[in-house]
Design a protein around this ligand. Structure first.
Ligand code: ADP
Ligand code: ADP
Length: 210
């Protein structure tokens, strides 16, 4: 199947954590707008500098910037058979733009209540060498790599509150939008990582004929 999959959910729902399983199952590349933006920030591009102001404040980066990034990414050859979108779309205008340039076959929504989100985000650690995602309590890294782990600058309690607010006002309405189009599958993300992964895998198998 050549359509794309959208991994949907609040910040800290576990989208990045589960993306690898879907990539392994479908062969579709992961396209994370958060990762693309962080790469641009690190590279010191003009767009990266502009985006950083929003990211540090826990606000959404303007749609025009995001849509430009996605349009460019989808011209790459590995995207011809569809991709796995992680953290995109996050607004209705982004979803409308996406509908004009790609076929979305399945939207997998990982649902986690706000009170669990804060602990997940504040305890999140990233391995800068592999991109692997860990959690100080829920998914501890092996001790030999512990010293190189980093914490994202926007993973503070204060910023996560702003990000949750942005999620509820600007992103959550997309669940209804996709549900009306018959594409939304909801999963309980408030269970251990492997169990969420099994549910995600089932959802992909039933909607994507893999
Ligand atoms: P997202 O990509 O949706 O922002 P992540 O995959 O980065 O979320 O996960 C956020 C944090 O929560 C990470 O520290 C991750 O290890 C942890 N996490 C992910 N899934 C679970 C889960 N099912 N239970 C507990 N912690 C989880
Ligand atoms: P998380 O899943 O933990 O919220 P991401 O890595 O997906 O984190 O995003 C980090 C930040 O990058 C967001 O808070 C936002 O500022 C920006 N961002 C990422 N994707 C988008 C998007 N599709 N639209 C607008 N802003 C985005």
């Amino acid at each position: 199947m050549s359509g794309s999959i959208v991994l949907f959910g609040p910040p800290g729902a576990g989208k990045g954590t589960q993306a690898g399983r879907i990539v392994d199952l479908t062969g579709k590349p992961q396209v994370s707008t958060g990762d693309m933006l962080r790469t641009a920030v690190k590279a010191g591009t003009k767009m990266g500098a502009e985006a950083k102001v929003y990211m540090d404040a826990g606000l959404l980066v303007p749609d025009s910037v995001i849509i430009g990034l996605i349009e460019e990414r989808l011209t790459q050859s590995d995207a011809v058979n569809g991709v796995l979108f992680d953290g995109f779309p996050r607004t209705i205008p982004q979803a409308e733009s996406l509908a004009n340039i790609a076929v979305v076959e399945s939207v997998i929504s990982i649902e986690v209540p706000d009170d669990a989100i804060v602990e997940r985000i504040v305890g999140r650690r990233m391995d800068p060498e592999t991109g692997d995602i860990y959690h100080i309590t829920f998914n501890p890294a092996p001790s030999e790599i512990e010293s190189r782990l980093i914490q994202r600058k926007d993973d503070t309690e204060e910023t996560v509150r702003a990000r949750l607010e942005a999620y509820h006002t600007q992103t959550a309405p997309l669940a209804t939008w996709y549900s009306e189009r018959g594409l939304l599958i909801s999963i309980d993300g408030n269970q251990p990582i492997d169990q969420v992964g099994d549910a995600v895998e089932d959802a992909v198998r039933t909607t994507m004929s893999v």
